[in-house]
Design a protein around this ligand. Structure first.
Ligand SMILES: Cc1cc2nc3c(=O)[nH]c(=O)nc-3n(C[C@H](O)[C@H](O)[C@H](O)COP(=O)(O)O)c2cc1C
Length: 315
């Protein structure tokens, strides 16, 4: 998620949910071709890691494969669902869903230029504006599979071109049935469902119908929820001390990254919602926000506060 799932947030997410498969933010192909490679940085602990590319241009795709860092990812995902005005102007993201021919050419280029061991996937919506029928969706997915995509991530609502990205995640209704239907119609292809999934319990029904679930907003609004998903899906017993050990490990990582010159604010703010929904969460958020801007960060103070809050919540 752009501006959210940066490399540091992904490190945190992986601490919370070791079995998670993480995505980069959408990385516009042009950005990396013209030399800005920051979004391609990651730590090995984040792997397996999917690079999500934003492009509608097969030539750009060919160019990206000449960037060595790109080949270190485990999967390449083509964004066919982002409705932001800038992305629409660049004729990629959701614009690809209006243009099956361009999508086909991009997927073919991805499959042709990336090594065989890297799966090619796409992330789509159910449709766009009035182009909203199961037959269009199913033809589009069939075309993508033929062209070389082996995993289809589906945000289970259509996109509306005239409303902003935030509203585009709320206004169009969710329609999980079409995603289930896709799996039924393309049994040999992995289908992953996304959109509005907030609680770990919801994963049971989805996973009885499709191959995987993808969560977006809940990951940064309440990162510890990722451990509920992990525990439920992989049948792991909940550990009482998990939250504390995560905070400590992340603080250790923060210290190392600060020494490597990474930005304090970005690193620290990822901890903002770690006690979301728990007692004294506001007090925690205030400390984190203060510390994110402090001239000299006090990691010990953060660690001690985490212990206090943990004790309050586990009396
Ligand atoms: C701040 C923000 C940034 C996002 N950036 C991306 C992105 O870079 N690529 C992408 O495929 N989806 C992006 N999304 C959409 C999410 O991946 C997801 O499809 C959407 O939020 C619905 O899932 P959710 O209900 O679990 O949040 C973003 C969403 C948010 C809230």
């Amino acid at each position: 998620m752009m501006k959210k799932t940066d490399r540091h947030f992904r490190f945190l997410a992986k601490l919370i949910s070791p079995n998670i498969r993480l995505f980069t933010e959408m990385v516009p192909a042009q950005t990396i071709i013209f030399g800005n490679r920051k979004l391609l940085q990651f730590s090995n602990e984040e792997k397996p890691l999917v690079l999500q590319l934003g492009t509608g241009n097969p030539t750009d795709i060919h160019q990206t494969t000449k960037i060595p860092e790109v080949l270190d990812f485990d999967e390449i995902n083509l964004n066919c669902g982002c409705p932001s005005p800038t992305v629409q102007n660049g004729n990629f993201g959701v614009k690809l869903m209006l243009n099956p021919e361009a999508t086909r050419e991009c997927i073919r280029a991805l499959r042709q230029h990336f090594p065989d061991h890297m799966p090619i996937s796409i992330k789509i919506r159910l449709g766009v504006d009035n182009l909203y029928s199961y037959s269009y969706l199913s033809d589009y997915v069939g075309m993508a599979i033929q062209a070389g995509a082996s995993i289809i991530f589906v945000h289970a609502r259509k996109a509306l071109l005239k409303i902003n990205p935030k509203k585009n995640r709320e206004v169009p209704n969710l329609n999980y049935d079409w995603v289930y239907r896709l799996k039924n119609d393309f049994k040999d292809t992995q289908v992953v469902i996304n959109g509005g999934i907030k609680q770990a319990q919801e994963s049971t029904i989805h996973l009885s119908k499709v191959d995987g679930i993808m969560v977006g907003r809940v990951a940064y609004q309440n990162p510890m929820a990722l451990s509920d998903f992990e525990n439920r899906i992989f049948n792991i017993k909940k550990s009482q001390k998990l939250q504390l050990s995560i905070v400590d490990k992340y603080l250790e990582y923060t210290e190392n990254q600060l020494n490597l010159g990474q930005k304090q604010q970005k690193l620290v703010l990822n901890l903002l919602n770690i006690f979301s929904g728990q007692k004294r969460a506001k007090e925690w958020r205030m400390l984190i926000s203060e510390q994110s801007k402090a001239e000299r960060i006090n990691l010990e103070q953060i660690s001690n506060k985490a212990v206090e809050i943990h004790m309050t919540n586990n009396l």
